[in-house]
Design a protein around this ligand. Structure first.
Ligand code: ADP
Length: 240
């Protein structure tokens, strides 16, 4: 009983620490884009700006707005998941089309970082229709590709799927910074980041992977990561 009590106490303390780190992170994630929006709006008021400068400032304001919207969407998703209020919409889903749409969506960001994005559907279009929630599938892959993009400086991001019996195994592989062995399980927990200091180089709330894991589980699959530091990571998940 004593051992159980000690374990429960440690768990509660760890949750408390995580929540504090989360609050600090969220504040940072709101303040940084907010400073961007306010700062560049003020700059736009300057009288003599070239068209190029104006376009650049408007672009930065837009990016900051998007970053805040992403954070808010993640917060809404995680609260729905925790309240057990996430609903699935299972329909016949053309997997290859979902993949192609994602590839088109990511091309501008990929080109901007001078990376490559390869998409490898594992079945012909006519055979690649499965019963699942297409929106959730797209969201899981978006989260994984976005992370791959965020944590990769040079090289390639590959994504696709293979058919294994009655399951499709999806993957997103990058040639990025990789994840230390000791963190490969915990990153799927809420608010967990390999680097959660406020001086970290990468933005993010630490919610994307826990949302993805919850969705994969709801859709009847499992999610895993294989990774080597400084070499890259492969996130894979199955769907029936
Ligand atoms: P966020 O990206 O918003 O921090 P996630 O839940 O998506 O939150 O990811 C949690 C953490 O897992 C990231 O902060 C990062 O440390 C690590 N991570 C996720 N994907 C990758 C990747 N492809 N390469 C390296 N690290 C990753």
């Amino acid at each position: 009983m004593l051992a159980e009590l000690i374990a429960a106490k440690e768990h509660a303390e760890e949750s408390d620490r995580l929540k504090s780190a989360f609050l600090a992170n969220i504040s940072h994630e709101i303040r940084t884009p907010m400073n961007g929006i306010l700062g560049f709006s003020a700059l736009l008021k300057e009288a003599y700006l070239s068209g190029e400068e104006q376009a650049e400032y408007v672009d930065l304001i837009e990016q900051s707005g998007l970053r805040m919207l992403n954070l808010i969407n993640d917060l809404i998703d995680i609260s729905r998941i925790e309240a057990g209020e996430t609903k699935l919409q299972i329909t016949p889903t053309p997997v290859n089309k979902v993949l192609r749409d994602l590839q088109a969506f990511f091309i501008p960001a990929i080109s901007k970082k001078k990376l490559q994005l390869h998409c490898a559907p594992g079945l012909p279009d006519t055979e690649s229709i499965i019963e699942t929630d297409s929106g959730k599938l797209a969201q899981i892959l978006t989260n994984l590709i976005q992370n791959a993009l965020k944590f990769t400086r040079t090289g390639t991001i590959d994504f696709g799927y293979t058919k294994q019996g009655f399951t499709l195994e999806f993957y997103v592989t990058d040639s990025g910074i990789g994840i230390p062995d000791s963190m490969q399980q915990t990153i799927f927990d809420r608010f967990r980041q390999v680097d959660n200091t406020l001086t970290r180089n990468h933005e993010g709330s630490g919610l994307g992977l826990s949302i993805s894991k919850a969705y994969v589980t709801m859709l009847g699959g499992t999610i895993h990561v294989k990774s080597r530091e400084c070499t890259g990571s492969t996130f894979s998940f199955t769907l029936p």
